[in-house]
Design a protein around this ligand. Structure first.
Ligand code: UD1
Length: 429
């Protein structure tokens, strides 16, 4: 199994291109199921999660053609996705358990075919993560849903009918699933307390390019006026705000200057605000965002994760690594997912001083972290250990690199180009 070796302590200096957003790309790919014409998606990142969803779509009968280089290029891939004939309405356990986002095929399959059978995703490393909001929403659109043998069996033989859906809490995936399903429903759907994430707005733009009528995406109230059919379109995926935020924190933790090419400041405003309080300067330059920690240690700042536009849970582990090296204390509170502190014991093995109390972690900054062998159980926790390794004295080996490959394209290449001493040890070598 591949590992990553880092010899830490070097400030990073250089330019990092930000790829297309994984979390925007996944629902966009699922949206291709809504039409029998080709949906062409540009600027897709080359990541394991994209491959997993491609496999799922292919077994539904979708044909996918990929163009665009995978290495060295600053632009991403283009996928032409054609769901002309859907041959299976089942998303099997073996594929869904690999990636929760597979559940995004439920709404489109049901809306297009009148039936769908999708495996329940089950637990995952960061908590139980139910899909009750997806199911209740589809029922409001008139679907009959049964849970049996680990599967969601959904039926709407006469099609879905628009309705008002009030989410008990904002859910990115449920908002996306319902927006897609409602696009082919009869009449108008209003989603209240919808997720406001930029990925939701990107999906709405694509649905509209396909002939849909979605308004209000990006706010907490989204209206979808159903149409009888959607057509093909060409759509460019937005930049990955979590990848950008991760490299902002890389500059902060190593004390360097990184130019993030293609990053969008509006999407990472909450992250920039916290880091500016911590002593980092984030400024807009001609074609990039420049991040500098010029002088001295970071200053400890309290952070609470929240739905967008708040600080994202997907950057909680990374900011904790940075706060572990700060001067003073930082209280980090996780409000989105239970059990999302698995990186804490690993960071402590690198010399961090962190105590968890329920949903909060008290981080008391130390002057220096030290390299160690570490591993993590999810994507963002893994990358937080890479960040800690970049700042730590000595050698850090991060195991279970496959987590990183799910969400970070050419991570070690991008960091090495900025002067990091980082390399992948292939197959235990
Ligand atoms: C998406 C992102 C993930 C990110 C998360 C929160 C993708 C592919 N993944 O995940 O990286 O961490 O948003 O920003 O876009 N919930 C329920 N019932 C449901 C659905 C969700 O209780 O039916 C809860 C979840 O357990 C969680 C909260 O709602 O506590 C938010 O989850 P949600 O926004 O749905 O996350 P995902 O869409 O799974």
């Amino acid at each position: 199994m591949d590992r990553i070796r880092i010899r830490g302590g070097r400030p990073l200096e250089g330019r990092i291109p930000i790829g297309g957003a994984k979390n925007a790309a996944l629902p966009l790919m699922a949206a291709a199921l809504l039409t029998d014409e080709t949906l062409t998606l540009e600027n897709l990142p080359f990541l394991a999660d994209i491959t997993t969803l491609s496999h799922l779509l292919v077994q539904h009968g979708v044909s996918i053609t990929m163009t665009g280089a995978s290495s060295a290029a600053e632009t991403g891939h283009t996928l032409a996705i054609s769901a002309k004939h859907i041959v299976s309405m089942t998303a099997p356990y073996d594929l869904v358990r690999k990636m929760r986002a597979s559940v995004l095929v439920l709404g489109p399959l049901l809306a297009r075919c009148g039936a769908a059978k999708v495996s329940l995703p089950g637990g995952c490393a960061i908590g139980t993560r139910p899909i009750d909001l997806h199911i209740a929403g589809l029922e409001r659109l008139g679907a009959t849903i049964e849970l049996a043998n680990g599967y969601v069996h959904a039926h709407a033989p006469k099609g879905l009918v628009g309705a008002e859906i009030v989410f008990a809490k904002p859910s990115v995936g449920a908002t996306e699933n319902l927006m897609m399903a409602a696009s082919l429903a009869d009449g108008e759907t209003v989603l209240v307390n919808a997720a406001r994430e930029p990925e939701v707005a990107d999906l709405a733009r694509c649905l509209n390019a396909m002939g849909g009528h979605v308004t209000g995406a990006g706010s907490d109230r989204i209206a979808v006026s159903g149409v009888s059919r959607l057509h093909g379109a060409r759509h460019r995926v937005i930049p990955d705000r979590i990848e950008a935020g991760t490299y902002v924190i890389a500059a902060a933790i190593t004390g360097g200057t990184i130019d993030l090419v293609g990053a969008n400041i509006r999407d990472i405003a909450a992250v920039a605000r916290i880091l500016e309080e911590a002593g980092v300067v984030v400024s807009e330059a001609a074609d990039c965002l420049r991040v500098t920690r010029a002088n001295g240690r970071l200053i400890g700042v309290d952070v609470m994760t929240e739905p967008f536009p708040g600080f994202p849970t997907d950057l909680q582990a990374q900011i904790m690594a940075a706060m572990a090296t700060a001067s003073g204390a930082a209280m980090i509170t996780e409000t989105i997912f239970e059990n999302r502190f698995m990186h804490v014991p690993e960071l402590c093995r690198m010399g961090a001083n962190i105590n968890v109390h329920g949903a909060s972690a008290m981080v008391r900054g130390v002057p220096e972290l030290t390299g160690a062998q570490v591993m993590a159980t999810d994507l963002r926790a893994s990358v937080s250990l890479v960040l800690a390794g970049l700042a730590a004295k000595g050698e850090t080996i991060v195991n279970r690199v496959y987590h990183l490959d799910r969400g970070y394209e050419r991570l070690e290449e991008k960091l090495a180009a900025c002067g990091a001493n980082i390399e992948r040890l292939v197959d235990g070598g």
